[in-house]
Design a protein around this ligand. Structure first.
Ligand code: SAM
Length: 295
């Protein structure tokens, strides 16, 4: 949701280029909190479109008023989508340029729009992405989680049995797993994740781009217990690190060296530990030596 406080006093009115849009569907991302994250192209597109389809017209009205967008708006959400879709397709076939927005972020990502895009493509219509903010990517780019591979898992199911099943099915995902969650369910969800994923590291990213933005990192079970005691307010992304990206602790180093010293010299075991665990060579050598001397 838009956080007016984060952008208080700023004006986002700008002179639009007068563009003419080809007919088709414009899937347009909007900010996830900070109004300033609206892209220039999103403003131009929303101004030039014949119609803006909104998840909630009142929410989009705030955005339109901040940017001087006067295009007619019409609701498109889970409850009316099946009924209004045929009419929207007909309008585009008749030459209309139609913009699809959600309340925040990128449409279709845990938001309505998939069936409309599918049907527009099946009807041979053009579908244009107008990219911008997305909460999962926003969390990932600043959380310090490994970012080479990630899996977007959306909202976990609310019922505990279904949730457990989903988490178990994700336990072998090799990269980061990104979830959306609500404050009241956060604690239980993190505890259930700890049971399925083990003692992995995770980041809870809250109120991204807003006044009370917060990143909190920890082990899943510890985060879960703490948030269960004090459920947080606001919007939340959870990033669960892959199993091997848990920070190396003393036990990992000792276990590794104990095994390595069965077959290697102190020097070689230390070099292997430094390479495998990403620790300093000097630390690895001193530990290896101490273990060897205790034997
Ligand atoms: N389409 C949106 C996107 O591109 O991110 C997501 C819509 S989904 C209905 C809303 C959920 O996204 C929230 O419950 C929260 O989990 C996450 N979210 C949205 N904005 C957020 C923010 N500013 N900070 C943290 N999480 C956010």
């Amino acid at each position: 949701m838009i956080d007016a406080a984060a952008t208080e006093g700023q004006s986002f009115l700008m002179e639009p280029r007068s563009i003419i849009l080809k007919s088709g569907l414009y899937v347009t991302a909007t900010p996830i909190g900070n109004l300033g994250d609206m892209t220039y192209r999103a403003v131009e597109t929303m101004k030039a479109a014949d119609l803006i389809l909104c998840e909630d017209t009142r929410q989009t009205a705030k955005l339109c008023s901040a940017y001087g967008i006067e295009t007619p708006r019409s609701p498109y959400h889970d409850h009316n989508a099946a009924r209004v879709r045929p009419g929207i397709i007909t309008k585009m076939q008749d030459g209309a340029a139609i913009c699809l927005v959600s309340d925040a972020g990128t449409p279709l990502i845990s938001d309505p729009g998939y069936k409309l895009v599918r049907e527009a493509r099946d009807a041979g219509l053009d579908v244009f992405p107008v990219p911008g903010a997305n909460a999962a990517i926003t969390a990932l780019c600043a959380a310090g989680a490994p970012s080479d591979q990630f899996f977007f898992a959306g909202f976990p199911p609310s019922k505990s049995g279904a949730r457990e099943q989903v988490f178990n099915s994700l336990s072998t995902v090799p990269g980061v797993i990104a979830f959306y969650e609500t404050g009241p369910r956060l604690g239980d969800s993190l505890i259930a994740m700890a049971k399925a994923f083990g003692d992995r590291q995770a980041v809870v990213a809250r109120e991204l781009t807003k006044l009370h933005e917060e990143f909190r990192e920890g082990i899943l079970m510890e985060l879960g217990q703490s948030y269960k005691d004090q459920p947080p307010k606001g919007e939340i992304v959870i990033l669960v690190f892959p199993a091997e990206n848990r920070p190396v602790d003393d036990k990992d180093i000792n276990d590794y060296l104990q095994n390595a010293l069965e077959e290697m010299s102190v020097k070689d075991a230390a070099a292997a530990a430094a390479q495998e665990l990403g620790i300093a060579k000097k630390t690895a050598y001193q530990r290896a030596l101490a273990i060897k001397e205790r034997r």
